[in-house]
Each structure stands twice: as structure tokens, then as C-alpha cells.
Design a protein around this ligand. Structure first.
Ligand SMILES: Cc1cc2nc3c(=O)[nH]c(=O)nc-3n(C[C@H](O)[C@H](O)[C@H](O)COP(=O)(O)OP(=O)(O)OC[C@H]3O[C@@H](n4cnc5c(N)ncnc54)[C@H](O)[C@@H]3O)c2cc1C
Ligand code: SF4
Length: 348
């Protein structure tokens, strides 16, 4: 195992102190629980001279979740989010996603800010220094080739694997950022820019967040939608502790026999969490095979899983589609009879 390099650790107590420290140390990096960042430092992937520990900024640890709104500070821990009664009752997809992250140790330490800003992952990147040097590095670090897609023309396809983002995306969440110039708020969907397209200057697996170098994530917020049913599910190699092979969040509204609203978002597939486009066209009728086939088609079109993990990309895409189908069917049937037993829409 590689030794940790030298770094200075600063522990701001207020957001003002954190912003001042960020300005005073332009090469610094924020650290939440360090459950991902410290691994990357140990592997020589990044070597920030100064770490700003955000866990002591108590004003960012607040969680409020009632029948009006959800607001979670960036320094709240995953274990607190997963166990918060207001989150469990009113925003179950968020509680389930937080509970599904890694194992108990990481959830005790890991923060919402760290999870939302989680670095993208790839089998050619999450390796030791000597491994990457032996393979001449790839373009996410200091090399000039993508080994996953050698003809990528400078685009990196490293995968976003955070569990919270899709759960918050289906709630239409917004994210609050603070920097030396003040605060700003973005739709969470716009925070993730890893579209990995060749034809635009949009981001990719290397440049995946709309976060300026001196900005800090301070909170994430969502409005409550009455009657919205939501949930989260994922598949991973080891159920006890592992990044998702694929994860899916679903939120839907059922009006009697009609699907009135459907939102589906994925993680573990693309260089960004993907809020599926086009689901509104599937609404208006009961949940039947037409709707599920339409959902499959949207997944095939928008989920772009590449060979960035040991699990083949085409398998991750299939897993994503199956998870989505099952979760949609389960939420549709929640609290009511399954009317069409012959349609294959049994609860999972
Ligand atoms: C074995 C193992 C399994 C794992 N499995 C999962 C999994 O299943 N699902 C999952 O989602 N994650 C998983 N993780 C990753 C990690 O544990 C979680 O994502 C965790 O929530 C990260 O939060 P953290 O506070 O520890 O982030 P850190 O490691 O502290 O930071 C992560 C990134 O966020 C940045 N950051 C932190 N706070 C802020 C802020 N306020 N504003 C802006 N940037 C910030 C850091 O600079 C860094 O780039 C796993 C990790 C391990 C080691
Ligand atoms: S997708 Fe390509 S450029 Fe990105 S980390 Fe993997 S090998 Fe490197």
C-alpha cells in the first residue's frame, strides 16, 4: 500500500472561515468524510497540499425534511440522512439511496457534499501510481489516450457512481453553491456536465461538475410533491460494500388507473447521473407493457455504459433497464391491488 504524502489539514468552523481558507490556499481541496478522496490521495491520483475539512462546519450539517420541503447541508453524514424520520417518510428514495452507499463505516464518515461531488471512476484510473505509470497513464490524469475508447478524441468516459444524485434528481432538487463572489443555486441536473459528447464543449468524465475551483457545495434542496411515490435500488457485486454496477431512482404519481408523472434517474452508467428524458410521453395510461417497453427504449437510447468497470458496459445497461422496470412496477403497485395480474407487473 502506498504511503500518504504530506499535506496540511485545516478545520474551518464556519462557512466564512472555509471560504476564506479556500481563497488563501488556491491549491487546496475540500474533504468531507474522506472515504473516496483519501483513497485517491493514497494512490497518488491527487496530491493537494492543503485539505479543508468540511465536517466541522456545523451550519452545513443540518437536515430538514417535512411535507413542505427537503434541505440537507453538505456536511450532513449519510448515516444521518438515511435515519432521519422526515427523510424516510417524505423522501424515501433519498433515505434508501443514502442507506445503500458503501458500508456502515463509509456511511458514518461520508457526507452529502462528498457523495454529490464524488470523483468519476474507471479501471484505468482507480489504480496505484505504479500501475498507472506502468500503463503510461490515461488522459484523465497526465496521459493523452483514453484506454476505454482509444478513438475518443480527448473525451474521458469515467463513470459517475454516487448514489444520492439520482435520488435527488427525481425530486427535481436544486444545489446551493458558495464562492468568494457570493452564492448561487443550480438545478441539480445542470450541476452534472459529463455529457461526454464530441460535438460540444460540454464536460466528460474528467470535467464532470459545474463547480468553479473556489466554490463549495453548501446544501441540496427539493420541494415536496404530494402523492409522489419514490424509491431507490441498485445492483452491486458485493452487497455489503461496493460501488453500484447500476443504481436507479424512480418517482411516480398514480391517479387511479393512470400514470400521471414518471421520473427515472440512473447512476453507475454514464460520466454523469442521468435523469431520463422523455418519460412524460409514457404517462397518461395505466402501467402496461407499452409503458415498460417505452421505458426500455429510453434506457437503451440514453444509458451509455462503457468498459470502465470490470462489469461489461452492455451488462450494466441491461441491469439499469431491469432495475428501472422492477422499481416502477413496485411503486405503481404500492398500497393498491395489482389490477392486471397477467401483465407481468408483479411487485419485486
Ligand atoms: C469500498 C468503498 C465502497 C464505496 N461504495 C460506494 C457506493 O456504493 N455508493 C457511493 O455513492 N459511494 C461509494 N463509495 C464512495 C464514498 O464512500 C461515498 O461516495 C461518500 O459519500 C463520499 O463522501 P465523503 O464525504 O467521504 O467524500 P470525500 O472523499 O471527502 O470527498 C469526495 C469529493 O467531494 C469533494 N467534496 C467534499 N465535500 C465537498 C463540498 N462541500 N463541496 C464541494 N466538494 C466537496 C472532495 O473534494 C472530493 O473531490 C465507496 C467507497 C469505498 C471506499
Ligand atoms: S475513460 Fe478513458 S480517459 Fe477516462 S479514466 Fe478511463 S481510460 Fe482514462
Amino acid at each position: 500500500m502506498d504511503a500518504l504524502p504530506e499535506f496540511q489539514l485545516l478545520r474551518p468552523r464556519t462557512l466564512g472561515e472555509a471560504l476564506a481558507a479556500r481563497t488563501a490556499h488556491p491549491g487546496s481541496q475540500l474533504i468531507g468524510g474522506g472515504t473516496d478522496l483519501l483513497v485517491n490521495i493514497r494512490r497518488g491520483i491527487v496530491a493537494p497540499p492543503v485539505l479543508l475539512d468540511m465536517t466541522g462546519v456545523s451550519e452545513l450539517t443540518q437536515i430538514s425534511a417535512d411535507e413542505q420541503r427537503l434541505e440537507i447541508g453538505a456536511s450532513a453524514t449519510l448515516v444521518d440522512v438515511a435515519a432521519h424520520p422526515g427523510v424516510v417518510t417524505n423522501y424515501p428514495t433519498v433515505a434508501q439511496a443514502a442507506h445503500g452507499v458503501a458500508g456502515p463505516t463509509q456511511r458514518n464518515m461520508g457526507t452529502v457534499g462528498g457523495n454529490l461531488c464524488l470523483d468519476t471512476r474507471c479501471i484505468f484510473y482507480n489504480q496505484s501510481t505504479w500501475w498507472r505509470a506502468a500503463n503510461n497513464h490515461c488522459l484523465k490524469t497526465t496521459g493523452d489516450v483514453c484506454y476505454v475508447a482509444p478513438k475518443s478524441h480527448g473525451v474521458c468516459f469515467a463513470t459517475f457512481s454516487g448514489d444520492l444524485a439520482p435520488a435527488l434528481l427525481v425530486l427535481g432538487a436544486q444545489i446551493d453553491l458558495a464562492g468568494p463572489g457570493g452564492r448561487r443555486t443550480l438545478p441539480l441536473a445542470d450541476f452534472y456536465i459529463g455529457h461526454a459528447r464530441h460535438d460540444t464543449a460540454s464536460g466528460d468524465g474528467k470535467n464532470y461538475l459545474a463547480l468553479a475551483p473556489d466554490e463549495i457545495v453548501i446544501a441540496v434542496r427539493a420541494k415536496h410533491t404530494p402523492r409522489l411515490r419514490s424509491g431507490y435500488d441498485k445492483i452491486r457485486i458485493r452487497r455489503s460494500i461496493e460501488y453500484p454496477v447500476a443504481g436507479v431512482a424512480v418517482a411516480l404519481t398514480r391517479d387511479d388507473d393512470a400514470l400521471a408523472d414518471l421520473r427515472v434517474a440512473f447512476t453507475g452508467t454514464n460520466p454523469r447521473p442521468v435523469l431520463l428524458e422523455g418519460t412524460a410521453a409514457l404517462c397518461g395510461s395505466p402501467l402496461d407493457e407499452r409503458v415498460l417497453a417505452g421505458l426500455d427504449a429510453l434506457v437503451r437510447d440514453q444509458i451509455m455504459a462503457m468498459k470502465t468497470t470490470f462489469t461489461p458496459g452492455h451488462y450494466r445497461r441491461r441491469v439499469a433497464g431491469v432495475l428501472a422496470r422492477r422499481l416502477v412496477a413496485r411503486l405503481w403497485a404500492q398500497g393498491s391491488e395489482i389490477r392486471d395480474q397477467g401483465s407481468g407487473l408483479a411487485t419485486a
